[in-house]
Design a protein around this ligand. Structure first.
Ligand SMILES: Nc1nc2c(ncn2[C@@H]2O[C@H](COP(=O)(O)OP(=O)(O)OP(=O)(O)O)[C@@H](O)[C@H]2O)c(=O)[nH]1
Ligand SMILES: [Mg+2]
Length: 299
């Protein structure tokens, strides 16, 4: 290949909730861009992250986990994941389970007729014995004609280089889509709201984070009189009782969320941050089409 020749393309990361899509995206980009949590359904939007190596720019697109939609927000999330598959150059199908579900078979049948090659990516290889990985590969190998099968760990990086090498070979020769030094086309404001939401997933009990939407309402760059970037954000919940739970006794909970989010935003922007949070109620927002549009979950 001519040393000046570049390749570029789009690769979508799809799979069940909690399989490790966002963790892998962050590993591929080398920065904690996408929210990650042990709870399923953390990601709600498509999150692009760019990887440049060997004269090739890969635009990875993290997606919400594929699930059976139960209410309006979930329907929007599934639509967002499906839309991310359209027009990509390759797909990573992430798996950490030992059976192929019916909805997955249906989607694989659709992909079988499409033009994008699909890689089977077995995730979390650091915590699975080789025997489990081999058995899992055998189960999934039959379900589709994969472009390749790879076991990876987003935590240790094991297997990731082999997957990247195979992916680059499939991408078309063309110029980069984005400037080489950029990592995403999302604004730091949007990413910061995601990190605030991530802090909620980690600090709040089982169900509560699903009712939280975070929005950055004010962003002031550091100035002559101030060293820190100043952020104000609002956490929307769905019921008055949830507001009390998010604030916590004596404001303890919201303080813990704020500290965790501040550390994450500081790591993202590489400078000190002052973050103030307020909590507001927007009744049943996750079930209302108008609110989903207003909050940016739907076009
Ligand atoms: N041990 C180990 N844990 C991992 C790995 N990748 C992800 N995890 C953990 O799995 C959980 C889910 O990870 P996410 O990256 O949020 O999963 P996701 O597929 O993006 O989930 P949704 O956004 O909910 O669809 C988190 O607790 C991660 O720390 C891995 O390679 N090894
Ligand atoms: Mg995710």
């Amino acid at each position: 290949m001519n040393p000046q020749t570049t390749r570029a393309g789009f690769v979508a990361l799809i799979g069940r909730p909690n399989v490790g899509k966002s963790t892998l995206l962050n590993r591929l980009v080398g920065v904690h861009l996408a929210a990650v949590s042990p709870k399923a359904q953390t990601t709600r939007h498509r999150i692009p992250g760019f990887h440049v190596e060997a004269n090739t720019q890969i635009v990875f697109v993290d997606t919400p986990g594929l699930l059976e939609p139960g209410y309006a927000l979930q329907t929007a999330m599934v639509q967002s994941a499906r839309a991310a598959i359209e027009g990509v150059d390759a797909i990573y199908w992430l798996v950490d389970a030992d059976e192929v579900s019916d909805p997955e078979r249906k989607l694989l049948a659709v992909l079988q007729n499409g033009s994008a090659p699909v890689f089977l990516v077995l995730t979390k290889s650091d915590r699975e014995p080789q025997g489990v990985i081999d058995a899992r590969t055998a189960i999934w190998a039959d379900a589709f004609s994969w472009a390749g099968c790879y076991a990876v760990s987003a935590t240790t990086g094991e297997g990731v280089d082999d997957l990247l090498t195979a992916t680059r070979k499939l991408l078309p020769e063309q110029p980069f889509f984005y400037p080489e030094e950029e990592l995403t086309d999302l604004s730091v404001r949007f990413l910061s709201a995601e990190l605030i939401r991530e802090a909620c997933y980690r600090e709040l009990g089982e169900e509560l984070p699903y009712s939280v939407h975070a929005v950055v309402t004010d962003w002031t760059e550091p100035g002559d009189d101030r060293r820190k970037t100043k952020l104000a954000a609002t956490l929307y919940v769905e019921r008055e009782s949830q507001k009390g739970m998010v604030i916590g006794q004596g404001g303890k909970k919201v303080k813990a969320i704020g500290i965790r989010a501040r550390h994450a935003i500081e790591a993202l922007i590489g400078g000190p941050v002052h973050l103030s949070l307020q909590v507001k109620v927007r009744k049943k927002w996750s079930r209302r089409e108008a609110d989903l549009k207003f909050f940016g979950y739907k076009p």
